[in-house]
Design a protein around this ligand. Sequence first.
Ligand code: NAD
Length: 500
Amino acid sequence: MRIIDHHIVGSTANPHTAARLADVFDPNAGSVQAQVRLGTAADLERAVAAAQAAQPGWAANNPQRRARVMFAFKALVEAHVDELAHLLSSEHGKVLADARGDIQRGLDVIEFACGIPHVLKGEYTQGAGPGIDVYSMRQPLGIGAGITPFNFPAMIPMWMFGVAIACGNAFILKPSERDPSVPVRLAELMREAGAPEGILQVVHGDKEMVDAILDHPAIGAVSFVGSSDIAHYVYRRGVAAGKRVQAMGGAKNHGIVMPDADLDQVVNELSGAAFGSAGERCMALPVVVPVGAATAEALREKLVPAIAKLRIGISTDRDADYGPVVNAAHKARVEAWIQKGVDEGAELVVDGRGFTLQGHEAGFFIGPSLFDHVTPAMESYREEIFGPVLQMVRAADFEEALSLPSQHQYGNGVAIFTRNGHAAREFAARVNVGMVGINVPIPVPVAYHSFGGWKRSAFGDTNQHGMEGVKFWTKVKTITQRWPDGAPDGSNAFVIPTMG
Ligand code: NAD
């Protein structure tokens, strides 16, 4: 059996090979294809030692040199995109075109990181007082760590290490143990691009490794993306250990459909946003809220045939709309949520359970499901399902539609479909959610803006990538300087200095 190992270079300590192993599945076949080594605190120690040795030299490089490594890395990832997309799709199960999108959205952040010399320029005030100038600079934290989910094994690691490393930090990545191979390849390509050994390392593992990261005194900041309960735990434990922590959690994004929306367009957008990647996206749109009974009826009439046309296939099938979910446990979980919806009294219009793909009967496939008459009181509405399940919650008017995502425990993304500029503007201003799409179903901000939800979708104050990312991975130092030209000026040193 193939063993997927840590990527720790620059450490002379012996690897800890007695560690536990976890299965990595082939979701298309439903079988085990490899095992990943689950690391221990001793493995982390090796990674930290190598990072500590490498980081000061890396930070001492001028930012343009660090940017050059990012440029080279971007070119290498582009040259290897087919290999990476196949590897990603073979462990995650998302279709190849979607796997390419996963890599490209990560590369967008690397492109942003290529501009790091510009964004790291500090602030300067000449003459803040008599003969006094004030300037500030952003300095790296030292060692940063990232803990990432299974659903974007290329994009989310690049969100984090792209910015952290360009800012002058060393970075330790703990990717999901369910699809760990792409992060290792990315680390190898960073080495090839010229990143010194120890600057980007990958340690695999589960809770044991996460706890070791959260408790390690040499790690200054931790970025986490995953489910909300674990995000909250990571946030609390990391902050208690004195670290800077940003922890993004789960989601339940709503798509509001106003009566004036172009329903053909909405159905087209919804199909991709609800079922693409088998619904395993934190910016998926698993809840649709038609406004008014006529909108709900018309939408349902168009949605049912559109869902019937969706094509489920193995992840390398170029005609497939979506592939299997990540593993058998997740498949069982999604199917249990569907049963829960039925038990709670929602109308299951399309039932995706029991779907099998000919020739791939053991694969982790789930057909698309559609619920109507879902209500806010239902647990299947309040919690994240993270599968190919679309829930329709009917709203009587705009105010009710606005209140649904606003009052939901999650606040990652939301979309409104309308031709009415005033309604859209009002919605965007008032909705209690972090990322808003206006006729855009998956409003993932571009790399030079920042990604982050509200409420239980994110713990901590700073978003991912863009200037928020730069702020997260650096600390500000402010220097107040005076170059006296002669005799003491006679000011009273016992009084708080003022510039007056
Ligand atoms: P997960 O929470 O199971 O795992 C995320 C990370 O936490 C992994 O690296 C995992 O090894 C680690 N982990 C798992 N159990 C742990 C424990 N008990 N203690 C400490 N660490 C633990 O999430 P997942 O299933 O890999 O990913 C899907 C979730 O991530 C969904 O909830 C999705 O909405 C969310 N997500 C959020 C965003 C966002 O930006 N808000 C983006 C992508 C995914």
